[in-house]
Design a protein around this ligand. Structure first.
Ligand SMILES: Cc1cc2nc3c(=O)[nH]c(=O)nc-3n(C[C@H](O)[C@H](O)[C@H](O)COP(=O)(O)OP(=O)(O)OC[C@H]3O[C@@H](n4cnc5c(N)ncnc54)[C@H](O)[C@@H]3O)c2cc1C
Length: 366
């Protein structure tokens, strides 16, 4: 049986960032990914926004790690030439409502430590985005966008260069935890690891159960996108959001330019049973028209086409109930460390999450 120091389950941005942060010449670190290619699940089916950290309850891990992670991610992308852009972002005041919603967001953002936020007048909005009309908006200059495929590739190369053994197409299918090691089974071999990171995204609850750890449930929540044909006058050069829909518990369908020149519209939010169903009962493209026009009034139906979809790994079944990231040593199986319930802003926060996980790994191994 192979004996290693650390096994990471899951090759999305969280598992890969953990691989980079925990690798050391003194350790054997191995990462299992059940798919042939890394990062093909949630890590590349998202909006690719580097969030500033406005939305999350002050003091939560999401708030803290979003801010830390955002700066770390900008630094990482610049250092490793991952396409990204600090575009800033506009959150538009809802037509016909007072500005208390924007003011509350501004107050929350400031309490979270987000820099340089300000409420700007409609005339300033139009200078930034000539095709967008709004009475006023919250301007968040530290928001940006990143090419998620390139980010995954770069994290993978970095981890491999640091000596991490990456095993694609290798699912964890069983295992059991002992006092000083965890035995892990794949279809081809058994591995004995001194510690384990559970970074299995939508499957993190099942991985914990397999290894006799904490019982929790991951609720899959699909987000669908349309795309805007951006050859016409509907250009935007930074993310444009509506005020968040508090009753629906999500940020509202928004517009996000990608680093490769398209504009994503979405995501929607809908809980479902399946963790791998991206396509059944897709929302018709027509339903994206009104929310898009609320932000970019000149858009016509013929400018829209259906886009991709992604599935959030939620720890709460109720969209209005906030659930934080679950990053901790398992209370029952102390050799297992969870990075679970990593929905948005997990992409932004991936390096900060990994640094936190790496400290927990040190506690076990040192
Ligand atoms: C629609 C949508 C929009 C989003 N937008 C943003 C955004 O703009 N900004 C932002 O910061 N965040 C955003 N997020 C959140 C972000 O995408 C996630 O937080 C992040 O991708 C989580 O990464 P992960 O590595 O935990 O998950 P994943 O990428 O899903 O990786 C988990 C991996 O574990 C593997 N795995 C599972 N079971 C096993 C097993 N038994 N054995 C081996 N491997 C296994 C899977 O195959 C998978 O590759 C969005 C998410 C969604 C769904």
């Amino acid at each position: 049986m192979e004996e290693i120091d650390l096994l990471i389950i899951g090759g999305g941005v969280i598992g890969l960032a953990c691989a980079c942060e925990t690798a050391s010449p003194k350790r054997t670190v191995c990462l299992l990914e059940r798919h042939q290619r890394l990062g093909t699940v949630t890590s590349t089916h998202n909006s690719g926004v580097i969030h500033s950290g406005i939305y999350y309850p002050t003091g939560s891990l999401k708030a803290k790690l979003c801010l830390e992670g955002r700066e770390a991610l900008y630094g990482f992308c610049a250092q490793h030439h991952v396409p990204h852009q600090q575009t800033g972002k506009l959150i538009l005041a809802e037509a016909g409502k007072d500005s208390s919603g924007l003011q509350a967001l501004l107050d929350r953002g400031l309490a979270n430590g987000v820099e340089n936020l300000e409420i700007i007048a409609g005339s300033v909005v139009t200078k930034l985005e000539p095709n967008v009309a709004a009475r006023s908006a919250l301007w968040s200059p530290s928001t940006g966008i990143v090419d998620t495929e390139a980010l995954v590739r770069t994290l993978q190369h970095k981890a491999e260069n640091q000596g991490v053994i990456i095993l694609p197409a290798m699912p964890l299918i069983g295992g059991n935890a002992h006092q000083d090691w965890v035995e892990l089974h794949t279809p081809v071999e058994a591995i004995r690891a001194r510690t384990v990171i559970n970074a299995a995204g939508l499957e993190a609850d099942n991985i914990s159960a397999i290894l006799g750890g904490l019982r929790f449930h991951i609720y899959p929540c699909r987000g669908e996108y349309a795309e805007l044909d951006c050859k016409g006058p509907e250009q935007i050069s930074r993310p444009v959001y509506p005020e968040p829909i508090a009753v629906a518990g999500h940020l509202g369908v928004h517009l996000t330019p990608t680093t490769w020149g398209t504009i994503m519209i979405g995501p929607t939010s809908h809980y479902q049973e399946a963790k791998d169903d991206y396509e059944s009962e897709r929302i018709p493209v027509e339903e994206f028209l009104e929310p898009t026009r609320n932000l970019l009034p000149s858009v016509q139906l013929e400018n829209l086409r259906l886009g991709s979809s992604g599935i959030r790994a939620k720890l709460s079944a109720d969209p209005t109930v906030f659930s934080d990231f679950l990053i901790e040593r398992d209370p029952k199986q102390q050799l297992m460390i969870h990075a679970a319930g990593i929905d948005s802003p997990g992409l932004t926060a991936c390096i900060a999450i990994a640094r936190r996980v790496a400290k927990l790994v040190d506690d076990v191994l040192n």
